[in-house]
Design a protein around this ligand. Structure first.
Ligand code: UD1
Ligand code: CA
Length: 456
């Protein structure tokens, strides 16, 4: 059995008031269309076809890596017309699944249920009971409770408008009958559109049973038409992410103030996450890790018993077990810290390895540097790694002590157990075990007097 999934995504999205096509707007850093695609991709033996129209070029170039076929619907003449564009590619015994590119949170379980309801003589339709069904096509049933048709709101009678069961637009059916019905669609309705929903009445006429199922929550089938709905679904999605983490044993100080814009690849035990934490990309977080408020972590690996204090920004970094970071630290890409490293406030690291037990506690920039073990880097130390054109490397060997307010002008090597006097500008390699300092000699001028104001 082969599935052909058709994702309808040609609509304009006027109410987004955006230059960006609606389906490229994002939830958790992933476009709406990507969410739908990722769900569809979980089905085995599935050919995905995406019908695009408005902003087709932007959409296909933004999402060119999708393993799907793009089909252009030049004029948007309705949902039925959109599916007709794919008709010639549908095989008779395919199961055709129709999804919407602007309905991002549909669950794979719901889709599987729908597909299981398809057979030679049945069409599967996803419907939803709505407190306020305004705008939705209504599911019309006969006295026996069987679906006989869908009527669009604009075409509905007063009675039909009182029906609370709405059409989600999502359905599945075999290819052969679908192609036949698509060939029979017309646009004689209030909107002058080719409605996909008209196939329901045709199916009933051909003695098909319409088997309905419902999503677990209404949010699963909500579409995005404006930025208010976009923000609503972002929060729904984030609440789900927070719930998943809590179910896996993470303590969250406030799941409403948490954002996961990527995925947790591995997760240890007894992690604590304070408020306003943003996790991006792929992260691996070990056991007993504490993440402080307002911290952003992207594509990083964090060892056991690491404590990240408030207001840190961490990207493409590796933090060894037992290390303590922040508050207000910035670990830029390729920061690699061994065990029990301390990185304190207003410290920026880039392309730097720090071996076990070393401390960089205050106000420093350390870039393109290899820091040995048990090194202490004093407040205000700067590695001058850039001459405006080229970058150079600094090496600080084990046990070195760098006095506060020092500049290490790369390329330079600070020897093992070397001490650098505070306020030094180091331009040459320094020997092991010795004190090196470069400082103007301090002097005092005897009898010197402060200037006084002249009398007028
Ligand atoms: C459609 C359904 C309605 C259902 C509602 C659920 C029809 C006739 N009506 O209504 O019963 O309750 O969805 O949200 O199917 N699209 C195209 N090409 C087109 C027209 C639409 O690709 O020519 C795409 C849109 O981009 C969108 C989806 O199809 O992803 C639905 O289109 P939309 O205009 O929102 O449908 P509604 O009129 O709201
Ligand atoms: Ca809609």
């Amino acid at each position: 059995m082969k599935i052909t999934t058709i994702i309808l995504a040609a609509g304009k999205g006027t109410r987004m008031r955006s230059e960006v096509p609606k389906i490229l707007h994002e939830i958790a850093n992933r476009s709406l269309l990507q969410h739908v695609y990722d769900t569809a991709k979980q089905l085995q033996n599935n050919d995905i076809k995406i019908v695009v129209g408005h902003g087709a070029e932007l959409v296909t170039s933004a999402l060119k890596n999708l393993d799907a076929e793009w089909i252009e619907q030049i004029q948007q003449l309705g949902t039925g017309h959109a599916v007709q564009q794919v008709s010639h590619q549908i095989e008779d015994d395919d199961i055709v699944l129709i999804l919407y590119g602007d309905v991002p949170l549909l669950k794979i379980e719901t889709v599987k249920l729908l597909i299981n309801n398809v057979n030679e003589q049945s069409l599967a339709l996803l419907t939803v009971d709505l407190a306020n069904p305004t705008g939705y096509g209504r599911i019309v049933r006969n006295e026996a409770g069987q679906v006989i048709k869908i009527v669009e709101e604009k075409d509905a009678t007063e009675y039909e408008r009182t029906i609370k069961e709405g059409n989600t637009g999502i359905m599945a059916v075999q290819g052969k009958p679908l192609k036949k019905w698509l060939g029979q669609l017309n646009n004689s309705n209030v909107q002058g559109e080719y409605y996909l929903t008209d196939v329901i009445e045709m199916a009933v006429a051909d003695e098909f049973t319409v088997i309905t199922s419902q999503p677990q929550t209404e949010d699963e089938v909500l579409g995005v038409n404006n930025r208010i709905q976009l923000s609503h679904l972002e929060r729904v999605y984030q609440q789900e992410q927070a719930n998943k983490l809590m179910e896996q044993g993470v303590t969250m100080r406030d799941p409403l103030r948490f954002d996961q814009r990527g995925e947790m690849v591995t997760l240890g035990q007894d992690i604590e996450i304070d408020i306003n934490v943003i996790l991006e990309g792929k992260n691996q977080i070990g056991s007993h890790v504490k993440i402080g408020a307002n911290t952003q972590i992207k594509n990083s690996i964090i060892g056991d018993h690491v404590e990240i204090l408030a207001n840190c920004v961490i990207e493409d970094a590796f933090i060894g077990a037992g290390s303590r970071i922040g508050p207000y630290a910035r670990l830029r890409p390729e920061s690699v810290l061994a065990e029990n490293v301390h990185i304190g406030n207003f410290v920026e690291l880039k392309k730097t390895t720090v071996a076990a037990g070393s401390k960089i506690n205050h106000l420093s920039y350390i870039g393109d540097t290899a820091v040995g073990a048990q090194v202490n880097i004093g407040a205000g130390t700067i590695t001058c790694n850039y001459d405006g054109v080229n970058k150079f490397k600094t090496i600080i060997e084990d046990g070195a002590f760098i006095g506060s307010n020092s500049q290490l002008v790369a390329p330079v090597i600070i020897g093992k157990n070397a001490t650098i006097g505070a306020g030094s500008t180091i331009t040459k390699d320094t020997p092991d075990n010795q004190l090196t300092l470069s400082r103007a000699k301090q002097m005092s001028i005897a009898g010197w007097q402060r200037p006084v104001k002249k009398e007028k």
